[in-house]
Design a protein. Structure first.
Length: 628
């Protein structure tokens, strides 16, 4: 009997030992080394994979992510080594949970400071938190609600100028430089909203006008920045040790004419912002006198002056000055910091919104059925709102639905428009990556384990201090484990809901998709975090999602450095689309195939399907509407 129990006890111990050994072997994934992380071969001894990422970025990133997983190593410029990360759990740690361990590189902050001054993209730590605290409320939903009607004349003027060109051809299709119009509209929209200043860019005879230095600078800033992308690390490193004065002096002697042009653009932006700052300060100081003079001259105002007076006082610079004056002395921003915000706002907002608007109109030109559905939704919303307003005010006057101005909550509550905007941002992010540097030795947990060079599965990646990390927005937005097997397809319907559940178009499938997430609350925007109450199904298994500020999309970033102006961008794009689609129809020109070309995105790799050509435009007909 004793022998039997001894044998049983021995077998138990042996089993436990084998189990421990088995777990130890299977847990080797947690003990892999940083050097064992796999990745593509080096393309160039000095440039690394820079060329492949820049010129074939979308395919390059997605192909290697499918091969190596959501974390892979690559050879960067100047013999450096870096990681590309798109794993949702890893990004949560980098951007939210352990954000202090992953900061923007000092060289990047110094370079941004040299270019734009001590603004949000140029600082870190307590100073960054202080600026974000005072700037966050300026981009709240309540502020956007106030700005929306004040900016409607800008988009109305764009539509009127395009309509005038179409009318010259009897309302029939005419090829129009839509990217050019959207570019000018974005400058005017952002200038009026940001600085309370108009540059009169939206007249139909714009081609005969000589653009101001400010307009030239805004348009050239991003292209010049991209041309100099290879040299940016060197510039940023030097910028850590030089003042703007000495950097400008040295730049004159560099054999890089594009860099001299870039410095000129930056100086023009700074000078224009400084003039606007002085004017807004004078406006605040003389507010009562200004209102009195405005009333006395009301009969003699022209349309431009009416619009100027309508926006003044609601612009972001004025709101910032007012908020700054009432803040505690220790929390106030200097004039230099305020100027930096304006330059940053112009730099970050211009090309990104223009690119997204171009992409949406191009997509609608490709898909006439989607365009008709969207136009039908817009007409229905405007008609219903006009009826509601008439009943509320007991007004029997007949108002054309095309000219109805939707309020903020109605505008952003249009389901199909919201879905098209979400899907465009997911597939065509204007910024394709953001960078961080590990501030200490740490371990990065993974939602989806990767296979190392030696063949083991790694569910934790050791990160040495100083490791550069590229957060791949493309990899996150195209992740099939998050968005389903059709992640590479443009499908706005993936965002539509039916009775609170995801609409799978009648398909019974186990695909994991994103549901249409409601807008973040104001405090989420200021803190840069995702709410625990986000709708289920907005990611992979168990409701897994990316830590993006905007649904589960990473296009606006996440965490304490998420895009603070995402609501403004959303408002501008949807307001422009609703206004244009109400009366205008867009289609591809006959030679569209030659116009569709690769164009650089605002930051990082190129997207091969972006469009930057003209579109055929005509007045809408009744068969251009589909109302569901």
């Amino acid at each position: 009997m004793v022998t039997m129990w001894l044998q049983v006890f021995t077998n138990i111990l042996l089993g436990l030992g084998l189990y421990v050994i088995f777990r130890k072997l299977t847990d080797m994934e947690a003990e892999g080394s940083y050097g064992d992380v796999d990745g593509p071969p080096n393309d160039h001894w000095f440039a690394g994979i820079f060329g492949g990422r820049l010129h074939n970025g979308l395919n390059y990133i997605l192909r290697n992510t499918e091969i190596f997983g959501t974390v892979w190593k690559y050879a960067a410029r100047y013999w450096a080594e870096a990681l590309i990360v798109s794993d949702p759990l890893a990004l949560h740690y980098i951007l939210i949970k352990d954000q202090d361990s992953f900061e923007v590189a000092d060289a990047v902050l110094s370079g941004n400071s040299l270019a734009f001054g001590p603004g949000l993209i140029s600082i870190a730590g307590d100073q960054h938190r202080k600026q974000r605290k005072i700037l966050g409320p300026l981009f709240s939903m309540s502020n956007m609600q106030d700005l929306l009607p004040a900016l409607q004349p800008v988009v109305d003027k764009v539509r009127a100028s395009i309509t005038a060109q179409v009318s010259q051809h009897g309302g029939q299709p005419v090829e129009i430089d839509i990217p050019g119009w959207l570019s000018r509209a974005s400058i005017e929209y952002i200038a009026q909203a940001g600085m309370g200043q108009s540059f009169d860019l939206l007249d139909s005879d714009y081609k005969t006008q000589d653009p101001s230095d400010f307009v030239k600078a805004v348009k050239q800033l991003r292209p010049l920045h991209q041309k100099l992308a290879f040299f940016q690390p060197i510039f940023r490193l030097i910028a850590r040790y030089l003042s703007p004065y000495w950097w400008d002096a040295i730049a004159k002697w560099l054999p890089l004419p594009d860099h001299r042009k870039l410095r000129w653009c930056i100086n023009v932006l700074h000078t224009t912002s400084k003039k606007a700052l002085l004017q807004r300060k004078a406006d605040i100081k003389l507010a009562h006198e200004t209102r009195a003079r405005s009333r006395s001259r009301s009969r003699s105002r022209d349309k431009n002056e009416e619009q100027f007076l309508k926006i003044r006082g609601k612009d972001i610079m004025t709101s910032l000055l007012v908020a700054n004056s009432t803040a505690h002395e220790a929390e106030r921003l200097s004039d230099g910091e305020i100027l930096a915000q304006m330059s940053t706002f112009l730099f970050a907002g211009f090309d990104t919104t223009t690119d997204t608007l171009n992409q949406i109109l191009y997509t609608l030109a490709l898909d006439d059925h989607l365009q008709a559905r969207l136009r039908g939704e817009i007409r229905k919303a405007k008609q219903e709102y006009a009826t509601f307003q008439a009943e509320l005010e007991e007004d029997d006057s007949d108002v054309s639905w095309e000219n109805v101005e939707l309020p903020y909550d109605v505008l952003l509550g249009l389901p199909l428009l919201d879905a098209v905007f979400h899907e465009t941002l997911r597939m065509y992010p204007p910024v394709t990556e953001i960078t961080r540097v590990a501030q200490e030795d740490t371990n990065l947990p993974l939602q989806f384990p990767i296979h190392s060079k030696s063949g083991i599965r790694m569910k934790t990646v050791p990160i040495p201090k100083g490791t550069p990390i590229s957060i791949s927005i493309l990899g996150a937005n195209y992740n099939k484990d998050i968005w389903g097997d059709d992640a590479y397809d443009f499908k706005p319907d993936r965002w539509l809901t039916d009775g609170g559940e995801f609409n799978r178009n009648g398909e019974k499938t186990h695909k994991r998709r994103a549901s249409r997430a409601r807008k973040m609350q104001d405090d989420d925007a200021s803190h840069g975090s995702m709410r625990n109450g986000s709708p289920p199904g907005s990611g992979a298994q168990g409701g897994m999602k990316y830590p993006g500020i905007y649904s589960s999309i990473m296009s606006f970033g996440g965490g304490n450095r998420a895009c603070i102006g995402f609501r403004f961008a959303e408002m501008q794009i949807t307001q422009m689309l609703v206004t244009l689609l109400s009366t205008l129809h867009f289609s591809l020109p006959y030679d569209a195939e030659s116009s569709v070309k690769s164009s650089r995105s605002s930051s990082g790799p190129r997207l091969a399907t972006e469009f930057n050509g003209s579109l055929n435009v005509r007045l809408v007909r009744e068969d251009d509407f589909i109302t569901l």
